[in-house]
Design a protein around this ligand. Sequence first.
Ligand SMILES: [Zn+2]
Length: 162
Amino acid sequence: MKERKKLPRLPMRREDDPNYEPEIWQPDWQCFCCKDTGFAIYAAEMFIDGYNEERDKFPVCQNPGCEAGKKFGQVPDLKYSLDWRLDAAMCAEADQTKREEWREWARRQQQKRQKVEIDLSTITKNLRKGSRTPTEEMEARQKHEAVLAELNALYLPKVSVG
Ligand SMILES: [Zn+2]
């Protein structure tokens, strides 16, 4: 047999696998009260009457287990800009509420994704059938692209929720 130079491997990218399922984006902060910033903006909205983010003192996160707010106590310049009135229970409640909101959001995204994927597989099957008029073919392709775009949109981070 004649010696041939072998072709290099061409590994399938994970994204190219038809069964590839990217994760629904989830926040990676530890504290849902302050998003690890130390400023308990969310608890402030819940517990300070008419809280104004731009004009009011910075509410310090006191969520048990969250260390992010502790650093502010060591900055003398911040002394008069901080609001320490939110307590551990308030921050814990804000953390819990926000966590549930995120869980619910992820669950809805998952449902949407499943629905879109079912649409997509139906369209893909139709596309493969062939033997159709050029108009039908074009319509099927347009629908396919629209569903793909919808699917892609589901994986973009929704920062507005946080
Ligand atoms: Zn915190």
